[in-house]
Design a protein around this ligand. Structure first.
Ligand code: PLP
Length: 400
């Protein structure tokens, strides 16, 4: 029987494939600037001290199933965290939430929910460039996915005119996927003033904002500051929205797959309907979500001293990333690397697009064992005091 003859062979995911190649490279000089996972100053994965402490507190937990929507304390505390404890939408019970399989699972659940709510007629707009999985997540659900220019490669800055033009011309009810902070891959976020203008157009045109919140807290070191756009849209403008939060980067819980999807609706009746739909979707897909990560996050969020420790850990990570940006920039300037490198220090968050050609990227990989995405996006967290000079030298020799 020809059961599988029609199945196409799909090429491997570019970023996971890059990690595999890096891991298989025996050269001791190798540098991994591919995947966006935080590493400490020795290039090692960092278990946040707050997570160690929280894990100790969860040791006695049993191994029963969680409810379909996830751990109730986690959902409550994580919703308050992202919207702000005093958000009127919470007081008015206009919020639906569900635990999700990290940020990706939250995006998927949000997409499935919106597809049921709006049918296929509402297009999804994603930024160009964007995280490599956005198109796939929404296209797989059945949405028509459009992209719009977010960032100008020539200037290394946000293209605000393109953003506002796209918003003004999109049909009402279009879904816009915004990166809440630290746009991946460009590291270019709107200013607060620009976010205010974006919110105004979203409101005027009847668009639906969906925030991908994968880097809250690790962008600036201050969670509340990084949540500005989300809270402005929802709390100040009273907009309906979806927020997809991940605790992968900001708690270092990559493999635990812990995230949250939050919908803010017009009424508590709608919120209950949305929550019941999220519940049904999850029951059909994974029955109920995993418990471990949810318990860790809850243990952190319900304890004032652990929250304070988390704030310090966020600051450690974001400060180290900012320092590495400065070190890379200073090294490139010292080495007289041809080009304008200001973007390295001007952009925010984990990522920076260096603006190299594919040929140069491959040269860096083959000759110097420095691994970055084909687009020349680098994960700054892969740099440390031992490899930043070597990396700057290799870049300089490659662009000369
Ligand atoms: N969204 C963006 C912009 C990301 O960069 C990532 C991870 O790199 C995610 C979502 C999802 O991450 P996770 O599913 O591991 O939480």
């Amino acid at each position: 029987q020809d059961f599988f003859t029609q199945v196409p062979r799909i090429p491997p995911d570019a970023i996971f494939d890059l990690t595999k190649k890096f891991l298989g490279d025996p050269d001791p000089r190798k540098v991994n600037l591919g995947q966006g996972t935080y590493k400490d100053e020795n290039g090692a994965p960092w278990i946040l001290p707050v997570v160690k402490a929280a894990k100790d507190k969860t040791q006695d937990a049993n191994h029963e199933y969680l409810p379909i929507l996830g751990l109730a304390t986690f959902r409550k505390l994580a919703t308050e965290l992202v919207l702000g404890k005093d958000a009127s939408a919470i007081a008015l019970q206009r919020v639906a939430s569900s635990q999700a399989l990290s940020g990706t699972g939250a995006l998927h659940l949000a997409g499935e929910m919106l597809f049921r709510a709006l049918g296929g007629e509402a297009p999804v707009y994603i930024t160009k460039p964007t995280w490599s999985n956005h198109r796939q997540v929404f296209a797989t659900i059945g949405f028509e996915v459009h992209d719009f220019k977010w960032y100008d490669d020539n200037t290394g800055q946000i293209d605000f005119e393109s953003i506002t033009n796209t918003l003004r011309n999109a049909p009402p009810r279009s879904i816009f996927v915004f990166h809440a902070s630290a746009h991946n891959p460009s590291g270019c976020d709107p200013s607060e003033e620009q976010w205010r203008s974006i919110a105004r157009i979203v409101q005027e045109r009847g668009l639906f904002p969906l925030f991908d919140a994968a880097y809250l807290g690790i962008t600036s070191g201050d969670y509340d500051r990084d949540a500005f756009a989300i809270r402005h849209f929802i709390n100040e403008c009273g907009l309906q929205a979806a927020v997809c939060s991940s605790f992968a980067k900001n708690m270092g819980l990559y493999g635990e797959r812990i995230g949250l999807v939050t919908f803010v609706t017009q009424s508590s009746d709608e919120a209950m309907a949305v929550e019941s739909t999220l519940e049904q979707i999850t029951r059909g897909e994974i029955s109920n979500p995993p418990a471990f990560g949810a318990r860790i996050v809850s243990a952190v969020l319900e304890d004032e001293s652990l929250r304070a420790e988390w704030a310090r850990n966020l600051s450690t990570m974001s400060t180290r990333i900012a320092d590495m940006r400065k070190d890379l920039f200073n090294a490139l300037i010292k080495l007289h690397a041809p080009g304008d490198w200001r973007r390295v220090v001007e952009q925010r968050g984990m990522f920076c697009i260096l603006g190299l050609s594919l040929e140069q990227v491959l040269h860096l990989r083959e000759k110097y064992h420095i691994y970055m995405a084909d687009t020349s996006r680098i994960s700054i967290a892969g740099l440390n005091p031992s490899n930043v000079w070597y990396t700057a030298e290799a870049i300089t020799k490659t662009v000369q």
